[in-house]
Design a protein around this ligand. Structure first.
Ligand code: PMP
Length: 359
């Protein structure tokens, strides 16, 4: 393809307006961004303290194997270092799996709506995309199984799912994995794993012992509050990891990113406190929805998708003009709903007070 042709008809990213741009446009001095499911509390204070005194030689490339970071994550999870692959965010892991396995002539199965990057990457590689609508607000795993054929290379399952926040529970997930052909890779994206409190959705790591066609993806961008550092990781058997490894960038995690991972993962008390605060924040939104009889998806994440009973783009614009950036459901495939990241207690109160006026 010539560079003057657009890649598979795709348009350049159209990122939401920056905080600075919104301030300028609406003459506001403060903006609360609850649009991208970051941790409103930031990262562990231990990471901040580490960074204040961190000394590194920025002239040298980072460790291409990310040894210290790898050892810390392996120890925390109870897996071997060679059962992990690190990406520049899980975004890069999604791209790695796609580049490794998808191409014209093969197909890939995913839910809809789900995280947009699975589809985008598949489009770039020219694979056929089979999108299966959610059923009863969760992945329709039976229909996804039916969509698999001899040309299927990858199936994406996202638990909890973005943009709905709903988990796939243990029992249906296990039944699904049993039936997926062994030559089809299953990607279980658990970007919001640390926020899950549903007792029917427990640790998926033991599944890796049973299924060598499974990779689990997690990230430091959400509960760990480190989205800016871009560290995501995949957990799978060592043969699969070795096959995916050459597809990543050779130095895909920076020196500082690698250095903060052991500090961040050691502070599980911080993650626990974030989860508790998030639970309280969820209750604020659920109470609002119940008071106003607005439908909402039962969330196991740090965001909630709920009904606004009017055009979500209008709600998005109104809230932005009042200093709150959220996500309209329209581009996410859920019109008349908005997706809001759970903020601090005060942020949630502020947003809900504005929403009360808008609706
Ligand atoms: N998977 C899901 C389900 C997500 O919501 C996100 C971020 N929005 C990602 C992956 C990518 O996260 P990151 O690249 O920051 O690790």
């Amino acid at each position: 393809m010539k560079w003057k042709e657009s890649v598979k008809g795709l348009k350049a990213y159209q990122p939401g307006k920056s905080i600075e741009a919104v301030k300028k446009e609406f003459g506001l001095s403060e903006i609360v961004k609850l649009a991208s499911n970051e941790n409103p509390l930031g990262c562990s204070p231990k990471v901040t303290a580490y960074l204040e005194n961190a000394v590194h030689n920025f002239a040298l490339y980072p460790d291409g194997y990310g040894t210290a970071m790898r050892e810390a994550v392996a120890k925390h999870l109870g897996v071997n270092g060679d059962e992990l692959i690190f990406g520049n965010g899980s975004d890069e892991l999604i791209s790695i799996v796609t580049r490794a396995l998808l191409q014209p002539g093969v197909n890939t199965v995913m839910a809809t709506p789900t995280f947009s990057q699975y589809k985008l990457n598949a489009l770039i590689e020219g694979a056929e995309i089979r999108e299966i609508p959610l059923k009863n607000r969760t992945h329709d795993l039976d229909a996804m199984l039916d969509a698999i054929d001899e040309n299927t290379a990858v199936v994406w399952v996202c638990s909890p799912n973005n943009p709905t926040g709903v988990v796939i529970e243990d029992a249906p997930l296990q039944a699904f994995l049993k039936k997926v052909p062994k030559d089809v890779l299953v990607v279980l994206d658990e970007a919001y794993f640390e926020y899950v409190t549903n007792p029917n959705c427990t640790d998926s790591l033991p599944l890796l012992k049973q299924y060598d066609n499974l990779i689990i993806m997690r990230t430091f961008s959400k509960a760990y509050g480190l989205a800016a550092f871009r560290v995501g990781y995949g957990i799978a058997n060592k043969e699969l990891i070795a096959r995916l490894d050459p597809v990543r960038g050779p130095f895909n995690n920076t020196v500082l990113s690698q250095a903060i991972v052991p500090v961040a993962i050691a502070d599980q008390a911080y993650i626990e406190s974030c989860r508790e605060i998030n639970e309280a924040g969820k209750k604020q939104y659920i109470a609002f929805c119940e008071k106003h009889q607005l439908d909402y998806y039962p969330t196991d994440t740090n965001f909630i998708l709920f009904e606004v009973k009017m055009d979500s783009d209008v709600v998005f614009q109104e809230l932005m003009s009042r200093g709150y950036i959220i996500r309209s459901g329209n581009p996410l495939g859920v019109p008349n709903y908005i997706r809001v990241t759970i903020g601090t207690k005060e942020q949630n109160e502020g947003l809900l007070a504005q929403l009360e006026e808008v609706l």
